[in-house]
Design a protein around this ligand. Sequence first.
Ligand SMILES: [Zn+2]
Ligand SMILES: [Zn+2]
Length: 338
Amino acid sequence: MVRPEKPEGTVTLFDVKFGSNNFWSSAEDRSYRGEMELSIDNGIIKIINVLSVEEYLYGVVPAEMPTNWPQEALKAQAVAARSETVAKLGRHRSDGFDLCAEVHCQVYSGVEKETELGNMAVDSTRGMILEYNSKAVDAIYSSNCGGHTQDNIFGDKEAVAYFTGIEDMDETRKPVFPLSPFEMESWLKDPPAGIYCNIPEYSKLSGFRWIRIYSAQQLRKMIDNFSAVGEIKRIVVTRRNPSGHVDKLKIVGLDSSCVIEKELNIRKVLGNLRSSMFKVETKYGKNHAPKDFIFYGGGWGHGVGMCQAGSCGMSKLGKSYQEILRHYFSRAHLKKIY
Ligand SMILES: [Zn+2]
Ligand SMILES: [Zn+2]
């Protein structure tokens, strides 16, 4: 798969279907670098795009980060995406290729997504990956960590070792995590200065801090789909990770109660919350019955690994891509593999 030369010209495929089984699935014409390998498999034409990792990354990096972001952040993104690519190479060996072009591996849609600045970030970090125990790191990232990245909540034991949650700010300004419930409240409502991912001019304004309000009826409808507990009386956070992300939640209803666990599950059940870093407040109406539930939240995404908004903030403060990667992946090290 690693071929250094850049071939002339591209190949265009018409009506390429993408986003299988997603609401955004569609089809479009796409042009690709490299070569096309066609084979017939059970009456279906299988098309494999053969190209170098670097050419592949030209298409991947701009899909993951806006390329008008500072160059050092883009370089950090390029290294993270390259590490992820190398870690995942051969994932589809039994299908006869290395990687698929969907979210399952990394979204890749050919040359149209490429930009000059994105290609520059790839070229200037050529062959550079993150390694841990002599193996490429599957360098996970998310849009905005809310100010503290999460310990690894997905991976195997080895991955747990290299993703340790960190305060996303300068060493000298660190608040002491884990935070008490009172500290959590001011962390979310009045965050301290100097958090790298608090950059509304780049990251979406609602990415770093957000508020979601559900009426008691709206919330009950959502919870009913998970477990019918009757009229909602209370929401109790029963386990919070050291980073402030909620890991276990108890919903107390008039008839019974239920427990919701795990980051993605919690976010889904509660109407696709932006993250699991939140605090809930209840507003009471007549007869002291809950009227509204207000979620004060921080961050967008799972918060594991590199914080993309934070890498942009660090870059703006003059940090290099090496410093950015060391900050988020402190136990991995940079290595040029070609
Ligand atoms: Zn795949
Ligand atoms: Zn962050």
